[in-house]
Design a protein around this ligand. Structure first.
Ligand SMILES: [Zn+2]
Length: 246
């Protein structure tokens, strides 16, 4: 944990965390961990006042991440407000979309991201693929969602009991082109040494780092403090999202 911008730290779900492997560039880290952003955010959250709630339309990456986390908290507590899901909102965003967050999530039917984060039409730009892997097509989509549409958070969401990670770990024969996913997940499986939960966590971390580093579009946005790359794991049994340090 560190608030010193010179350290390898990134902000994940509202907390400063150490970048274990130090893979992110120092310039990017300084942008992500800048004192003007997260220190203020943490102080605001610590106060715990109702006024600390994220604004309806986030104007900063910090506000955007806060809005997501508040949405998941509502959902997991059974207090979803399900705003922006009526026909008026459909009409409102028909001509233009300005999502405040972009996602790389798993295709699993039990992880509908708009519902998990209590958002509606036009709020979040979502790409989903089994194993939440950052293929070149996904990266292109997410570059569109961030640079062109203006999403301020790029969130990689894994989940417990992920079949794609589990299948990669088992290494058994699978039909068709399913095994095409495995190449993206193998580094996480290798690092996890047989622990599925650890493999799921490592996979989220790997994909987030890949997005932050492999895409010049995304890395430049992070450097300019226009975007935060974050990650978490959704628990199928509880509905809660737990942060993953990237
Ligand atoms: Zn999955």
């Amino acid at each position: 944990m560190s608030k010193n911008v010179s350290h390898n730290c990134v902000m994940i779900n509202g907390e400063h965390v150490a970048s274990r492997r130090g893979l992110l560039g120092q310039t990017m880290l300084a942008a992500v961990c800048g004192a003007t952003g997260w220190a203020g955010y943490s102080t605001t959250k610590a106060a715990g006042s109702p006024q600390a709630e994220a604004p309806e339309v986030p104007t900063t990456p910090e506000e955007a991440l806060q809005k997501l986390l508040e949405g998941n908290r509502r959902f997991a507590e059974g207090k979803s407000i399900a705003s922006n899901r009526d026909i008026d909102r459909v009409r409102e965003v028909a001509k233009e979309q300005k999502p405040f967050a972009a996602f790389l999530g798993c295709a699993d039917s039990r992880v509908p991201i708009e519902i998990v984060f209590d958002q509606g039409f036009g709020d979040i730009f979502v790409t989903r693929i089994a194993g939440n892997v950052a293929s070149s097509e996904n990266i292109g989509s997410l570059e569109f969602g961030t640079q062109i549409l203006g999403a301020k958070v790029l969130y990689v969401l894994g989940h417990t009991e992920c079949a794609a990670v589990s299948a990669t770990m088992k290494g058994t024969d699978v039909p068709g082109q399913i095994s095409g996913l495995f190449q993206h997940i193998r580094p996480a499986v290798k690092a996890a040494k047989g622990d599925l939960n650890k493999a799921i966590l490592e996979n989220v971390r790997n994909q987030a780092i890949l997005l932050a580093e492999a895409s010049p579009v995304i890395s430049k946005m992070v450097q300019r403090k226009e975007l935060i790359v974050a990650g978490g794991i959704y628990d199928l049994a509880t509905g809660t999202v737990t942060p993953v340090s990237v």
